[in-house]
Design a protein around this ligand. Sequence first.
Ligand code: RTP
Ligand code: MG
Length: 148
Amino acid sequence: MERTFLMVKPDGVSRQLIGEIVSRFEKKGFRLAGAKLMQISDELAKKHYAEHKERPFFNDLVAFITSGPVFAMVWEGENIIATARQMMGKTNPAEAAPGTIRGDYGVIVSKNIIHGSDSPESAKREISLFFREDELISYSRPADASIY
Ligand code: RTP
Ligand code: MG
């Protein structure tokens, strides 16, 4: 089963959206494999966003993601990496469709509520940055028989 890394950013935690966001993925039919509220260190933030290190907004991005607690999660399900990105909506909430998380709750690009892995390679890398293997649980639920 495919896994992805999702994270409610400090603005989403502050806006009290953890439950709403978890609920959307749960209702969709995806399965939570691991989760934790955590304060990201400067070092972890720079690793996580390494692909953006030459961008003008990199320092602001690192400062923002370390500015308060985040809710880090691993979810699993068929085609979850691409589907979760669709559920999140476009990077800039101003362009994100209504019905998506960013479209419904975000206003500006630097405070866009949620992070999600953008490819299988990113998912693998990000999951291992944030979680130890023994923090992730594989299990099945009665509902899985109705979802698949
Ligand atoms: P994320 O990595 O957070 O899930 O977001 P994403 O894939 O949709 O967007 P990405 O291109 O990876 O950008 C990472 C985060 O950088 C911030 N950003 N700011 N000021 C700007 O022009 C700008 N552009 C991007 C956003 O918060 C974005 O989520
Ligand atoms: Mg990204």
